[in-house]
Write a protein that binds this ligand. Structure first.
Ligand code: ADP
Ligand code: MG
Length: 807
């Protein structure tokens, strides 16, 4: 099958390996990088067993997946897609004839979720197991669970480049086969980066220095951005400069891997640490850093962060210089710092957020990780947080069972937060959701300039992706986001042909809806403004702020997608405004309504306050419904303000006075103000429960009902001797009238009611009392002369007869 025999070191142990599969179903293979694990072992297994089913080989990276398939196909003289093929999330080359399928780890997980028995697969090979990706650990757990319950015949091989394989051998209950490599000595040279130095410049100068010695140079850098910067610094050196990273074309990758007649400098991510072998390397320059997934509390998701590599990774990297002959490794950190580095990389499962893992386990039907044979159990607290997040996203129900939304989330290459946003966005918001998912998932396309931070408003980024120029925007970053958003849109049924969208220029999204859409991903990140512009409070209680000059600083509500991790006074770095109605809609199940009765001026109103987790959203008022609650408020108000409040124009008082004058009824009740206030509910009760304001009360009507003798109430008017009718009041039970002097002319008998003389108040033309008398004829005869004199002086135009009785 292999067209040429290989002399790779792995051949020495292949027989041992094959014989362990003859006697059992599982094995662990440990051998150094470059010894032939990836490209030889699957072919030898196929040769030996010619299995009925496929051999599925898992690689942690896309680039390695493609490279392994191509190399194996080459070794048997075929094209990729015949006996050997590959499948990644976005790309596949396989056929009916394919027996060895190299796949990325996520592909295996998807297959298990569709078919837990993995029908048609005879063997699963985990390559690069030492990397301990989350997907590797999950894939192994699912494989073991499937073997136990459904597929006792499934063969399992775990391959690792580092020696700490005994734990996994114990877990899967398998023998360890150990191979050796061919290693020449490698000399270490420490060349630490100074505290203020720039990595790319330092790397370039070390590379130039290293060119004094023979051999190709392999440089390890954390990521693509650093690789591109160093490549620019190396322009003009006498060598071919190649780049090697995940998003590279096959051609560019081949050029980097194979020896060339000219001297080569390969700038690589950690992909060349163990996954890919770069031929002819004698010199390694190691930045000592790698991009690794870490939980990022700022965004509430896992993101790639640049971290120092472990001692074991550094060993692997240095070893790449000793394959062809003695080599040199430059390490850009100090021997002292090296002592502080961890011996091995931490398994990803202990470093990242586990919402995605919890989602997979729910889909697998074993939501509790302790039900599965993980090499390292996920940290319980992180896992619980992940599960709580899934619940709040609606991906699992109260019992931990996957919902329809949750199932669809599994198929999107996004964190559960962003996947939920894309799935649950209303149809018209879908494209916006894709753009937002891209913006939040990737690096901010707005860049700080001259020490000034860009504005926090996410909708400005959405507009930039939509083609609106923005001074903060990095054009290339914006272009990348547009491609990413289109890719996401392409995965959503009903949002087809995002390419057409882009071509037609119709790529703008309704950015003012950004907050409403973002809330689907960040229901826990609602911020409510507290006081002055820029001051906010999150639902969790944390206070947060942004610059008061920021365009969204004055908004009432924000959804904060990126917050620096402080417990108190977190800085909001990315957010979008959301209006109150959208908040109420989005969080309707959690919004509490607090209804209370309040005074609004003279009336009682019903005030509805909407609250969310202790924060007030808004307040609305409407007229209150009359009833016992309103009655209590009305009665309390009357008691507080006094009887006066029931009787603003004194008519009640007047009525009571007449009642008292009328006499008789007093024995049937106490009509003093004190008693009426105390007994308010008794005599006014039915009115109190049917109105909402004091002015709607009619106390006299209520009092009449209380006083059965009301028919004999004294008159409220009296006719004077001159025929005029005037109003009578009864203060303190004494009838009284107040009349202008002119209106009394011609009244010669003192007026009385039921034999009781009235108190007559004689008024000036300006309604000022000039005399009080109970004997009008006496007044006319007596002091009138004096009064008349004064009045004539003051009001000469009025009529002041000397004898008013003559009129
Ligand atoms: P391992 O998986 O143990 O690290 P590989 O199977 O990837 O080893 O590679 C074994 C050897 O095969 C390498 O040392 C190299 O010599 C050779 N090899 C692998 N891939 C290629 C390739 N694409 N082109 C040329 N040689 C290759
Ligand atoms: Mg390998």
């Amino acid at each position: 099958m292999l067209t040429q025999p290989t002399d790779l070191p792995i051949e020495e142990v292949v027989d041992d390996l094959l014989s362990s599969f003859r006697s059992g179903h599982r094995a662990v293979l440990v051998a150094p990088p470059g010894s032939g694990k990836t490209t030889i072992v699957p072919l030898r297994v196929l040769e030996e067993f010619g299995t009925d089913g496929k051999i599925v080989v898992l690689e942690p990276r896309r680039l390695a997946t493609r490279a392994a398939a191509r190399r194996m196909a080459f070794l048997i003289g075929e094209d990729v897609g015949a006996t050997v093929g590959y499948v990644t999330r976005d790309d596949r080359q396989t056929s009916k004839a394919t027996r060895i399928e190299v796949v990325t780890e996520g592909v295996l997980t998807r297959r298990f979720q569709r078919d837990p028995a993995l029908a048609g697969t005879a063997m699963v090979v985990f390559d690069e197991f030492h990397e301990r990706n989350l997907q590797t650990d999950l894939g192994l757990a699912l494989t073991l669970d499937s073997i136990e319950s459904r597929r006792p015949d499934l063969k399992l091989l775990v391959m690792s480049a580092t020696l700490d394989a005994q734990r996994v051998a114990d877990l899967i209950d398998a023998p360890v086969v150990t191979g050796s490599g061919r290693m020449h000595p490698v000399e270490m040279r420490w060349s630490p980066l100074s505290r203020t130095g720039r990595l790319d410049q330092h790397v370039a100068s070390v590379v130039k220095q290293a060119m004094g010695e023979p051999g190709d140079i392999l440089v390890f850098l954390p990521g693509m951005a650093e690789i591109e910067r160093v490549a620019r610094s190396l322009e003009g050196v006498d060598a071919e400069v190649h780049m090697l990273h995940g998003s590279l074309s096959i051609q560019a990758q081949d050029a980097a891997l194979f020896p060339s007649s000219k001297r080569k400098i390969v700038l690589s991510t950690d992909i060349a640490e163990t996954s890919l072998t770069v031929e002819g390397v004698r010199i390694v320059v190691d930045s000592g850093q790698a991009r690794a997934p870490r939980f990022d509390p700022h965004t509430g998701m896992t993101r790639l962060r640049t971290v120092p590599i472990s001692k074991s990774s550094a060993e692997q990297r240095a070893g790449r210089a000793g394959r062809t002959g003695p080599g040199v490794a430059y390490r850009l950190w100090s021997l002292i710092e090296n002592g502080t580095r961890r011996p091995h990389s931490e398994p990803e499962i202990t470093q990242v957020d586990l919402a995605g893992l919890a989602l997979e386990l729910a889909a697998w039907g074993k939501p509790d990780p302790s039900q599965l044979p993980f090499l390292d159990q996920p940290p319980p607290r992180t896992f619980r947080e992940g599960r709580d997040l899934l619940t709040s996203l609606g991906a699992i129900d109260g019992a931990g069972v996957l919902t329809a939304t949750g199932r669809r989330m599994l198929d999107l290459p996004l964190h559960p937060r962003l996947a939920r946003m894309v799935i649950d966005a209303a149809h018209d918001d879908r494209w916006l959701a894709c753009v937002l998912a891209a913006v939040v998932d990737e690096r901010d396309p707005f860049r700080s300039r001259a020490g000034e931070s860009p504005p926090a408003d996410l909708s400005l980024r959405v507009d930039a992706v939509g083609g609106i120029d923005n001074q903060w925007a990095d054009r290339r970053a914006v272009d990348r986001l547009r491609v990413r958003a289109s890719d996401l849109a392409g995965r959503i049924p009903g949002l087809k042909k995002p390419g057409d969208r882009l071509k037609s220029g119709a790529r703008s999204a309704p950015s003012q809806r950004s907050g409403a859409v973002l809330a689907l991903a960040y229901p826990d990140r609602l911020a409510i403004r507290r006081g002055s512009p820029g001051r906010f409070q999150l639902r969790t209680g944390t206070t947060a702020f942004l610059a008061p000059t920021d365009s969204i600083a004055g908004e009432g509500f924000l959804i904060a997608a990126d917050l620096d991790g402080k417990r108190k006074d977190a800085r909001i770095r990315l957010a979008a405004a959301i209006d109150t109605d959208d908040v109420a809609l989005m969080f309707s199940s959690e919004v509490e309504k607090k209804v209370s009765l309040q005074w609004s001026g003279e009336r009682v109103v019903s005030r509805t306050e909407r609250r969310l987790g202790g924060l007030a959203l808004d307040v609305s008022e409407r007229p209150a419904d009359p009833g016992p609650d309103v009655a209590r408020l009305l009665a309390a108000r009357v008691r507080k303000l006094g009887f006066q409040s029931l009787d603003p124009n004194g008519s009640v008082r007047a009525w009571l006075d007449r009642l008292e004058f009328g006499g008789g009824q007093r024995r049937e009740g106490d009509f003093s103000e004190r008693a009426l206030l105390d007994g308010l509910e008794d005599w006014l009760g039915s009115q109190l429960t049917s109105v909402v304001s004091l002015s709607d009360l009619d106390p006299i009507r209520a009092l009449k009902a209380q006083a059965p003798g009301r028919g004999r109430q004294p008159p409220s008017q009296v006719e004077l001797g001159n025929g005029r009718k005037v109003k009578v009041t009864y203060p303190d039970g004494v009838p009284r009238i107040a009349v202008k002097a002119q209106d009394l002319y011609g009244v010669n008998r003192h007026p009385e009611i039921g034999g009781v003389p009235l108190v007559v108040e004689v008024l000036s033309p300006a309604n000022r009392p000039v005399q009080i008398t109970s004997d009008l004829p006496g007044f006319w005869k007596g002091s009138w002369a004096q009064v008349r004199k004064e009045m004539m002086a003051r009001y000469p135009k009025h009529d002041w007869p000397a004898d008013p009785t003559a009129r």
